[in-house]
Design a binder for this molecule. Structure first.
Ligand SMILES: NC(=O)c1ccc[n+]([C@@H]2O[C@H](COP(=O)([O-])OP(=O)(O)OC[C@H]3O[C@@H](n4cnc5c(N)ncnc54)[C@H](O)[C@@H]3O)[C@@H](O)[C@H]2O)c1
Ligand SMILES: O=C(O)C(=O)C[C@]1(C(=O)O)C=C[C@@H](O)C=C1
Length: 364
């Protein structure tokens, strides 16, 4: 029997889900787009089997509907679906970065023949739109489900079986707790990154050397400042009751740093770095969705033409699969730092041995 999946909002997350499902035996994927221009983009990327601009056409035959629109539009679509005769037993789920308000909306609606299961894949990117979609986005990430108590286990099993195509790990969390935790580990870092970039950008208006000299540390901490403005406007407004106390705590932490500097308290500064390093070192590093998403090696190599090709060829000749390669700092005629990412620990270890044996300085 064919399972019909419908994806509302075929952007980074919706498009990545579509890619995980499309072409799998017994699955068809329909994408709903709200403008003809976006529908055309989705068609040209070929991530779904069929694209429509009609909510009804997208929904009426669906077994599972994924709402992948910005958080501020989720309730609108859930209410629209409640007005349509859906297939009996249909599962509606979402991928929004906040879960309490959509769970509340679903419980108020008392959906007729369908059931709602909130979801949130803890994986993403600063890029947006269907062009950024990837089959690998969710691999090894956590995928949070926030079902209400009255959701039948059988429906949860159906959704979990479908999500197995993403290769993510399912975890169940209560919606309010979810919002508190992601407020701290995801939404707060986005605010901090944006505030930091905008602070430095104002200095750069007076002296362009700020941008020129911005190196690894600045780039590492600010990647997410390039995230989609509308998506993040909606997330932060939706989670503002969680964000405000977190920002007050943040202000206190910054005030403590100001005190340490005013007092010239070196011991306290050292202690702050030590404590942070300790916590970071016990994060489950090797999982996507956490701090480090890959099995990485760092390599000091001279920055001259052909070096990337030579390293990749050496690894390939020894059947070691690279998943990514990146120059972190690249300047003419001085050593550069290359990041090599592998899919598993075995490849990482074999690469390390090989590169060390060829005389390359390798760091882990
Ligand atoms: N970006 C991330 O890292 C990330 C990670 C996990 C979850 N999420 C959540 O996933 C959802 C989508 O985010 P994204 O990063 O894929 O964004 P995106 O901008 O890449 O995709 C959003 C999609 O929704 C469509 N859309 C926008 N407004 C719409 C409307 N009013 N009606 C119908 N379609 C509309 C857009 O055309 C696009 O296809 C958001 O709820 C976000 O909170 C994002
Ligand atoms: O990796 C990134 O770029 C992300 O911002 C992903 C990230 C996160 O903060 O971890 C962002 C929002 C989501 O709701 C889930 C994941």
């Amino acid at each position: 029997m064919t399972m019909h999946i419908s994806i509302f909002g075929v952007g980074l997350i919706g498009g990545s889900l579509a890619l995980c499902f499309k072409g799998k035996p017994g699955i068809t994927v329909t994408g709903y787009a709200h403008t003809e221009a976006y529908a055309e983009q989705v068609r040209s990327k070929g991530v779904v089997d069929h694209v429509t601009l009609s909510v009804e056409e997208a929904a009426r035959d669906a077994d599972v509907i994924f709402l992948c629109v910005p958080v501020g539009s989720l309730e609108y679509y859930l209410k629209q679906l409640n007005e349509i005769q859906l297939k009996p037993g249909c599962i509606i789920t979402d991928v929004g970065s906040t879960k309490a308000s959509i769970a509340e909306c679903a419980s108020q609606l008392e959906l007729k023949d369908a059931c709602f299961i909130g979801g949130h894949p803890m994986a993403g990117s600063e890029r947006s739109g269907v062009g950024a979609a990837s089959t690998l986005l969710f691999e090894n990430a956590y995928y949070v489900l926030t079902p209400a108590d009255n959701v039948p286990e059988e429906k949860l099993d159906t959704l979990a079986r479908l999500l197995a195509h993403t290769r993510a790990h399912i975890v169940r969390v209560e919606p309010r707790l979810h919002d508190e935790i992601v407020g701290a580990i995801s939404h707060l870092p986005h605010i901090i990154a944006v505030a930091l970039v905008n602070q430095i950008s104002a200095y750069n208006d007076d002296n362009a050397l700020y941008r020129t000299l911005a190196a690894g540390g600045f780039r590492d901490i600010t990647r997410i400042a390039s995230s989609d403005p509308v998506v993040w406007r909606d997330i932060l407004l939706n989670n503002r009751n969680v964000m405000l106390p977190l920002l007050r705590d943040w202000n206190e932490g910054i005030q403590r740093f100001m005190d340490m500097l005013e007092e010239g308290n070196g011991a306290a500064i050292e202690e702050a770095f030590r404590r942070a390093g300790e916590f970071r070192s016990v994060l489950p590093e090797r999982r996507k969705g956490m701090i480090v998403s890959q099995y990485d090696l760092y390599l000091d190599v001279p920055d001259h033409p052909g070096i990337i090709g030579r390293i990749a060829t050496e690894l390939g000749a020894n059947s070691i699969n690279l998943s990514n390669i990146q120059i972190i700092e690249s300047r003419e005629d001085v050593p550069g730092v290359m990041r090599l990412s592998f899919r598993n620990e075995v490849d990482q270890e074999r690469a390390k041995e090989l590169l060390l044996s060829k005389g390359h300085p390798v760091y882990q």
